[in-house]
Design a binder for this molecule. Structure first.
Ligand code: PHE
Length: 372
């Protein structure tokens, strides 16, 4: 029998160095394979060793055998759970590596602007309310002192909806604006039959946020201050009109709220929301639900398009709330008075950022949206 002593040492080294479970299994097979395993054969060959040497030879072999058993078991465990060394090299973090920039989105400029509006008016003590976009004719027109045959209705080309009893409860459009206070009137659930006192009352997409004046006054006692931002709809489309656009309504009612107070609030809002140097003008305007009524125009600023240079854009309708409207909401017009206003959100932003076409807000062109 050849002395395999040096071989055993090399097996020892190979087991310790085995890189994978497969490699280890192969070495194990080489050693302990039933037919040709080196250790198996060595143990068998003990028969041929002269009696005098057999005991010592057997002891040596058994020591090696135990060593290998233990080593293999140990190495198998190590390979199953990587050692600190392997972890160190595999999980190395290169802190100098430059990672690609993560893209972060941001709010569309309209909701962003509306948040600013809520903040600015919040500082002036105004509550924020939201109401349904699907409105009744009653709230959108009648209670606002715009009777059925009034020509003022023509100024707001209305999207009418089918009005069946079924439709009335199916119009649960989600409301705009997440951060609502108790000023949320009309309910997040949308309209209900109880909102329609008159069976003749037709449904429409609100043409203005002014029905929120009614909803708020019917559910809150004066003195009160509220704004109501949201979407409105009119059959209109050109550079300064879109069939869906945003307004925010404002309402302040008290015992001695005057037109001077209204002007102060308007001017403060325009200067903080658009620009401290914004040019604007008040002129008289007609809205059946205010008396007197005013409109505020803003001048296109820093504009390089000659066609708009020096031109005015109508941005706000406002005025002192008409006594009939107060009466419609159960408020005594001899005791209380106040003002209401409706700002066109897109138009304010157009003036602020010199955007020539209102339709750009809704085309989803990232080159446009990323500028803000
Ligand atoms: N609702 C009017 C419009 O959309 C604006 C307005 C609001 C006018 C409040 C007066 C008072 O044109």
């Amino acid at each position: 029998m050849t002395d395999p002593h040096s071989n055993w040492e090399s097996f020892d080294a190979r087991i310790r160095a085995a890189k994978t479970a497969d490699e280890l299994a192969a070495i194990e097979q080489e050693l302990f394979g039933r037919k040709a395993g080196a250790m198996t054969l060595a143990l068998k060959s003990l028969h041929d060793v002269p009696d005098a040497e057999r005991k010592a030879a057997a002891a040596t072999l058994n020591t090696w055998k135990r060593t290998f058993d233990e080593l293999i078991q140990l190495r198998r465990k190590e390979l199953a759970s990587p050692s600190d060394e392997t972890l160190k090299s595999a999980d190395r973090v290169d802190v100098t590596l430059e990672l690609p920039q993560r893209e972060r989105g941001h709010l569309h400029l309209i909701p962003e602007f509306i948040r600013e509006v809520e903040e600015v008016f919040g500082r002036l003590g105004f509550d924020v309310a939201a109401g349904p976009e699907v409105e009744t004719e009653e709230f959108n027109f009648n209670l606002l002192n715009i009777p059925r045959d009034h020509p003022a209705r023509d100024a707001q080309d209305t999207f009418w909806l089918k009005t069946s009893k079924k439709d009335m409860t199916a119009t649960s459009l989600p409301l705009q604006g997440e951060r609502l206070s108790e000023g949320n009137v009309g309910g997040r659930k949308g309209l209900h039959d109880r909102d329609r006192k008159n069976p003749e009352d037709r449904l429409l997409l609100r043409t203005q946020t002014s029905p929120m004046q009614i909803r708020y006054m019917q559910s809150h006692k004066p003195p009160l201050r509220v704004i109501a931002p949201g979407k409105v709809y009119r059959k209109d489309s050109d550079a300064t009109h879109s069939p869906m656009f945003h307004q925010f309504e404002g309402l302040m009612i008290g015992e001695d709220v005057t037109l001077a107070n209204m002007k102060a609030v308007m001017i403060e809002a325009i200067r903080t929301l658009v620009s401290p140097t914004a040019e604007f003008r008040f002129r008289t305007g007609f809205f059946p639900f205010v008396e007197p009524g005013l409109e505020v125009d803003m001048r296109w600023q820093g504009d390089d398009a000659a066609s708009r240079e020096g031109k005015w854009l109508e941005v706000v309708g406002c005025g002192m709330v008409h006594p009939n409207v107060l009466k419609n909401c159960g408020i005594d017009p001899k005791k209380f008075q106040g003002f209401a206003f409706g700002f066109g959100v897109e138009r304010m932003i157009m003036i602020k950022h010199q955007i020539p076409d209102l339709r750009a807000f809704f085309q989803g062109d990232l080159r446009f949206l990323r500028q803000f």
